[in-house]
Design a protein around this ligand. Structure first.
Ligand SMILES: [Zn+2]
Length: 329
């Protein structure tokens, strides 16, 4: 479909700024830490229902906060464009919504209740202006997105249940460009142990390994892995990385500790594959375990795969032309 200046004008002038702000404020005002997003899901359901939309609530494996689904159908068959977003927020203290001129703040304002409010306003505008010539738009919102409290299980179930469109737009904070490539991500937690009890350092058995030294060795080895990974880089997505965010060990200066814990992330590019990433990581730990005579336990929590968008897909061009016709550049 060609987006004429008349269509762009009709769509732009149908956006109701106050209705959009009210929607975002109501969603932000409903606390929704990951796994506990029922208030925000119910709130979105109420906003849509009272506005005349037919709403489905598939549990998708998480009945505590069932997902929210609605459709805008045109009179002709065609492809389905999906707007999908998460209503959960990271586990930080709740912040009330506030609107100050052009600035909106509060828990999840930018990630991504503001975006979901914009998606809701978009389907209202399409309905009010009757500008959808064929196909339909599906709006879906869910919980269990933010790691490490959720790992996309509810979204995965929605996908398995075929609750998906032919093309999907996600109103994440990066709103003014179309990401065409993204890195996969995982979090990891490693615990290095020795077998003996915590003892005064003068009494430590000579053959007991130092878990702090083993932790330091892991930091050094991951540093070398990081240098190697930095050479694998995508001009848009950046390099593959391994990152250490925490290291903890010991209780007091003169006691020989039993445990050293480290946590971090790993990000990879299309073509590498999550299995390869995890097995390389576990191999590195197995070598370290043998070399340091410690015992090592590791959690490798996969978050999301890498992606690569076909830039020749018609949706890419349609999205960019639509954006341009509304924004002007
Ligand atoms: Zn987000």
């Amino acid at each position: 479909m060609k987006i004429t200046p008349a269509i762009a004008h009709a769509v732009k002038s149908a956006v109701n700024r106050q209705r959009l702000i009210d929607t975002a404020v109501r969603l932000i005002a409903a606390p929704s830490w990951t796994g506990e997003a029922e208030k925000a899901c119910d709130c979105l359901d109420q906003i849509l229902s009272s506005d005349g939309w037919e709403v489905d609530r598939p549990a998708a494996g998480h009945p505590r906060s069932s997902a929210v689904v609605t459709h805008l159908k045109s009179s002709r068959p065609g492809r389905i464009l999906q707007f999908n977003g998460h209503l959960d927020t990271v586990h930080l203290p709740f912040v009330e919504p506030k609107v100050n001129g052009d600035l909106m703040s509060g828990s999840g304002a930018s990630d991504m209740k503001g975006g979901i409010a914009a998606a809701v306003e978009a389907i209202r505008v399409l309905r009010d202006t009757n500008t959808l010539p064929a196909g339909s738009v599906m709006l879906t919102a869910h919980d269990l997105h933010e790691a490490p409290w959720g790992f996309g299980q509810q979204l995965d179930q929605l996908i398995r249940d075929r609750c998906v469109g032919d093309g999907i737009l996600l109103p994440e904070p990066l709103h003014d460009r179309l990401p065409v490539v993204g890195r996969g991500g995982a979090t990891w937690k490693v615990t290095i142990r020795r077998s003996g009890p915590p003892v005064h350092e003068v009494m430590r058995p000579a053959d007991e390994p130092s878990v702090i030294a083993a932790g330091a060795e892991l930091v050094a080895r991951l540093g070398r892995v990081g240098e190697r990974l930095a050479k694998k880089s995508d001009p848009l997505a950046g390099p593959e990385t391994v990152f250490i965010g925490q290291i903890h060990s010991g209780e007091i200066y003169n006691q020989y500790p039993q445990e050293c814990r480290l946590e971090g992330t790993r990000r990879w590019l299309p073509g590498t594959g999550r299995q390869q990433v995890e097995s390389e990581f576990r191999e590195l730990l197995a070598d370290l375990e043998r070399d340091t005579k410690t015992s090592i336990q590791a959690d490798f929590q996969f978050i999301r795969d890498d992606f690569h968008l076909d830039q020749n897909d018609p949706l890419v061009d349609a999205f960019q032309r639509a954006y341009e016709s509304v924004v002007g550049s």
